[in-house]
Design a protein around this ligand. Structure first.
Ligand SMILES: Cc1cc2nc3c(=O)[nH]c(=O)nc-3n(C[C@H](O)[C@H](O)[C@H](O)COP(=O)(O)O)c2cc1C
Length: 338
């Protein structure tokens, strides 16, 4: 039995559907992963890797903001804490057509803390509010915040409510909550995704106390049944590592979370659909493994999964004809999985 359905949040901007999203992950959810993931789910909201305001404003705009139209609906995640710079980035994101701009208040890395980016901002709710307000004033793209349930030294539920309440008062109506605290000293970012315990009940309580807000749950979700059950308590689920390591999980998402029963491509068809994209990337001077490194888990759990992974992670580096290897692999996998 589940608790009563949460009430719908009140929003005014053109909001993407956030019932199921794939988390922002540095080095993992780049445009190539997103193009691939989109072939498996039409509706999952996809997030970019975090991009710092400095990179957007002073780096190569195509590198940091560029994407393929097919990746939509797509949200840009920004790292920063300077309201004016974030506002400038939000304007560029709006021009680039992103469906949402998300502010990272969850990343615990030391490198980002030194620049006042990520989870350390949970200790500065008013500043996060100023950032959200500046971004909202500058553009009409929805602005959201991804955060933790706390940071060490600021772990009480009251402090979490103070954070969410303050940022909400500044105008934010959609929050994605990674249901564990971040420990800002002594743990690596990886340990900070594993050691602090998951506390889904804290996120459920947050939704009950802020029923007017859209609250999405993140952290440790691997099972579609569990995710669906969570939607009795929260408005959306965000999945990170499982969506990356086991991308075929996404094949059930449109049906289960968005009520869309369109026919699904097979894994072999997904491989075939990736081929022209890979070809274009190579023709533009790129390397095949930039793309295929994100596909290693495609056949997880099926015969030949290990062979597929090995060909694309090891053999690929020993050939000067990567597309021929890809075509041969496609035939081999077709023979194995039918
Ligand atoms: C390789 C990797 C990179 C990540 N990079 C980011 C990031 O750029 N921004 C962010 O908010 N979270 C980042 N995260 C955290 C994820 O978004 C997510 O909150 C976390 O992995 C918990 O969800 P999961 O248990 O479903 O993986 C990263 C996680 C991983 C594994």
């Amino acid at each position: 039995m589940h608790a009563e359905s949460p009430s719908s949040p009140v929003t005014t901007r053109q909001e993407p559907n956030r019932r199921f999203s794939v988390a922002p992950m540095m080095d993992w959810t780049d445009r190539h992963y997103r193009y691939f993931a989109r072939l498996i789910s039409r509706h999952a909201l996809l997030y970019t890797e975090m991009v710092t305001t400095g990179a957007v404003l002073h780096g190569d705009p195509e590198r940091f903001l560029g994407y393929s139209a097919e990746e939509q609906p797509l949200a840009l995640q920004l790292g920063g804490s300077n309201p004016q710079e974030l506002a400038q980035c939000a304007v560029l994101a709006e021009r680039a057509g992103y469906a949402e701009v998300n502010l990272n208040v969850g990343c615990p890395s030391d490198r980002v803390q030194n620049n006042m980016i990520g989870a350390c901002l949970m200790a500065h709710p008013a500043l996060v509010g100023d950032c959200v307000k500046a971004m909202q004033d500058a553009c009409s793209t929805p602005i959201t915040v991804k955060h933790r349930i706390g940071i060490n030294g600021r772990e009480s539920y009251e402090e979490l409510c103070d954070f969410v309440g303050t940022v909400h008062a500044a105008g934010c109506t959609s929050f994605t909550v990674h249901a564990r605290i971040a420990i800002l000293e002594g743990l690596s970012p990886k340990e900070n995704r594993e050691i602090p315990p998951l506390k889904y009940e804290v996120v459920h309580q947050l939704k009950r106390d802020f029923p007017q807000l859209e609250i999405s749950l993140n952290g440790g979700l691997t099972d579609l049944e569990v995710m669906q059950a969570q939607l009795s308590y929260v408005d959306g689920v965000m999945v990170g590592r499982e969506a990356y390591h086991n991308p075929w999980l996404l094949s059930e998402v449109d049906h289960r979370f968005f009520g869309d029963d369109h026919p699904l491509p097979s894994r072999i068809e997904v491989m075939a659909l990736m081929r022209p994209y890979i070809e274009r990337h190579i023709a533009a001077g790129g390397q095949m493994h930039h793309i295929t490194r994100h596909m290693l888990g495609l056949f997880q759990g099926l015969p030949g999964a290990r062979h597929f992974r090995r060909e694309l992670s090891t053999t690929i580096h020993r050939t000067d004809k990567p597309l021929a290897l890809y075509d041969a692999l496609l035939e081999q996998m077709q023979a194995r999985v039918g």
